[in-house]
Structure formats: structure tokens, C-alpha cells
Design a protein around this ligand. Sequence first.
Ligand code: ATP
Ligand code: MG
Length: 411
Amino acid sequence: MSQSNPFKKKLSEQHLKIINSVESAVKTTGMSVYLVGGTVRDILLNRSPLDLDFLIEGSSDTQYFANLIGGTILQESQFGTFKIDFEGEIVDFAFSRQESYPTPGQLPIVEKGTFRQDLHRRDFTMNSIAIAVGEDGEFSTLIDPFDGENDIREKKIKILHDKSFQDDPTRILRLFRYSGRLGFTVEDSTKNILIRDLHMLDILSPDRLRNELQLILNEDTAHLSLKEYVNYDQKMYLFDGAKINVANLIKMDDEKVKSSKFSEKLKFAILALSTPIELLDGCISKFNFQSDWLDIIDSVFELQNVRKNLIEPGIRNSDLFALLNKINENVLKACLIIDGFSDVKDVILIYLNDLENLSIQLSGKDLIQLGVPEGPNIGKILNELHVAKLNGIIFSLDDEKDFVRKIFNKN
Ligand code: ATP
Ligand code: MG
């Protein structure tokens, strides 16, 4: 690899080492290797690429390739893409391929292809650029058939052909993800085609829709992507026509969200709370939400159910605990961040700060040692202790023991 290489500056030592190893491993094999996609885009943007995307021409044998470079295959797809653990770094590889889309919105038919054909099947001009790394000195050669470098310079997102979104409507959501992340605008002709084809979001499978939504929520700039989407899509195809409260989406940028350990879940809770509740049910099947994500939506319904009870005057802490303990914590935290929940903010704060983690010190075993006979009574007494502690009737371990003795003597 030439030393005066302009692209090398943005690559870490580790990435350069991997590129060099790959380059020398394939040298005599007749294969060609290119850096491609996000890696090249980020280098041209003067950003350090987060990961390496390699495109390989001249083979389709993943195991042979992995052995050649001395890495371990971690994951392989039916589309000729695979991830290799290479000296502790996970690197994306793909054999060059071509695609056709006999049915719009369905997964493509994938065949072996040249690396140039592979550049033609990509989403945007900025991602359809390659750098050859196969031979010494060639590392600085850009292969840029769609003038993506220019679009990167002009900060434009541009599709390669006018059927692009019809072939694969996930590109619509990829476009909004990139526009948020990179601060790029949509190129004029792409804009018209985007507006024309927004309805194609309706034909995507729930799993593909959910995956793209989650990728957006994983970004620090999810609020910008979603805001841009809402700006474009008057019909709100993504959310079954629901009018999303945009002012709330912006709150995804709140410090409390950014510093949260589960920030994508908190952002999802903000989104769910910003969706008219009558349309939220339809979203469950539209996106096939599961596990934690489903729990967040169910919690939005639950909050709606208990909202009146939460603000009853003189409500006891133990009742507050019983009502809020069923609700996903991300939903509660989201209520504190967005507008429209001022009626319940105070009780949520009491719950999160003072009640949620308030536990008793005595265990079932301790109760038996104190003389309580084994049986269902143990659970009942533990519960009464917890209620008493929540309501500020008992505080210390001694209080707990006295409380047990009192109940026990009563029985
Ligand atoms: P990131 O920085 O998020 O990883 P990326 O551009 O590397 O961005 P990936 O999702 O990792 O994006 O995909 C790698 C490359 O594969 C993209 O740059 C693009 O060229 C191509 N690609 C990914 N998804 C599609 C798609 N739906 N249609 C066409 N090309 C795609
Ligand atoms: Mg990538």
C-alpha cells in the first residue's frame, strides 16, 4: 500500500493492519478486494469509519476466504455477506453480486456478479463508491460510477435509478436515517421519487419495518430522522396515518435520553407516547413488536388505564407502587421528558426516586426463624411488610421484626 495515500489518514492502525493483511492474503489468488459502502463514504467525509466493509470479487467460498485471511466466520447470510472475526475486530465482507427485484418490496433474487454490478445494486450514490485494495498502490483509486464523491461534497442523498425505492422500500427509511446522521439533504429528483414512492412503506414486511425503525432509534440523531420523515410523509404511512407529536420527538435529543443505558428503548417509549393511542394497537402487528418493545406499548395502554387512579387525592404510596410497578420504566421516564403528562409527573417522580427500589430487609427464611410457620402466610406477611415500609410506617430492621411479631401475635 502506498505511503502517500490520502485515504489512509482517517483509518486507525488496527484498520490499516486488517487492510494490509487482507491485501497480502489475496495477492496471488486472482481475487480482487475493495473497500466499499459506508467505509469509503466516511473516509471521504473525513470521518473515521466505524467499521470496514470489504467487497470481494472472484470467489464465493466463505470458508476458503476466511482460512485465507486467517479469520473466523461469525455470521453468514444467503446474500453472500458474512462477518469475520479478524484479530478481535468484526469485519464485514461481501462477495460481489447482482440483484433483481421481480416483486417490488420483496427480497431480491441474488446472483454472483462483478464488483461493478455490485456498485449498481446499492442504495445511494454516496454508498456506491469503492476503493481498490487488491494491488499495491491502488488504494488511492476511487471507483465512483455514479459521481458519489460529488454528492458527498454537496451533502446530497441521491438514489441510483428511479425504481430504487420500489425495488426496496427499506431504502426510504435508510434515507431518513442517513439524513439525520450526516445532516444531508435529499437531492431534487430523488425528492420527487421519494414522495411518489412513500406509499411503498405499506408493503414492507413487519420484520423489515421494525428492523429499520430500530436502526433509526439506535442513532443519536433519531429525532432528526423522524422529524424529517414526518415532514415528508403527510400520510404517515409508517404509522398507519397516525399524527405523531413532533415536539415530543425532538425531546429524544434530551440529555436524559442520551445518558440513558437503554436510550433506544427510551426513544421508543417517547415515540409510543407521541402516537395517538387509538392507532397504537395497529402498530403492534404492523411492526410485529416483541418482548421489550411490546412491553413498552402495553405499558402505554396500562398508563392510560391507571392515569385517573394515580392522581386520586391522598393516594397511598403502596397503591402508587402497585399501579406503577406494572409499567415499563422507560415509559415512566419518557413521561418525565415529554409534554402532556404534567398531571402524573409528580407521582412518577415519587415512585422512581423513593419507592421503586425500596425493599424490606427480612426474607422468608428470617420470618421462619422469627417463628412464623412455613406456608402461604410467609408471602402475605412479606407483602404487608413491604406495604408498611412504602407507606412510611416502618423504617429499620428492628421495626420490621416488631411488625412481624405484632402481626404474628394478632393471628
Ligand atoms: P453504517 O455506517 O450505518 O454501517 P453503511 O453505509 O455501512 O452505514 P450498511 O447497512 O452497513 O450501511 O450497509 C453497507 C452497504 O451496503 C451500504 O453502504 C450500501 O452500499 C449497501 N446497502 C445496504 N443496505 C442496502 C439496501 N437496502 N439497498 C441497497 N444497498 C444497500
Ligand atoms: Mg456498515
